[in-house]
Ligand binder design. Structure first.
Ligand SMILES: [Zn+2]
Length: 87
């Protein structure tokens, strides 16, 4: 019998997963199996955790690594519209 590990979030069979242990300080640890997609936010957090650990500046550590999610606020969109003239 084969044990198939599925992602705890999307539960897609046949997708390779990694085991994560997540724990808040002072609380019990939770174990999660996550596919690459669902692990992405955690991987991001781990990057920040490494930076916090090593004391490296966020700028330096992320140099050459394009930010995946650039959040554009409504205000910025309005500003861009205003700069772009009346199109
Ligand atoms: Zn998943």
């Amino acid at each position: 019998m084969t044990t198939i590990t599925v992602c705890n979030v999307c539960k897609t069979p046949g997708v390779s997963t990694r085991r994560y242990t997540v724990q808040r300080a002072g609380e019990r640890a939770r174990k999660l199996d996550l596919c690459e997609t669902d692990a992405a936010p955690l991987e991001d957090v781990l990057t920040y955790a490494d930076e916090a650990d090593t004391g490296a500046s966020a700028k330096k550590a992320t140099a050459g690594r394009p930010r995946k999610r650039r959040v554009t606020t409504l205000e910025e969109i309005e500003q861009m519209k205003a700069k772009g003239g009346s199109a």
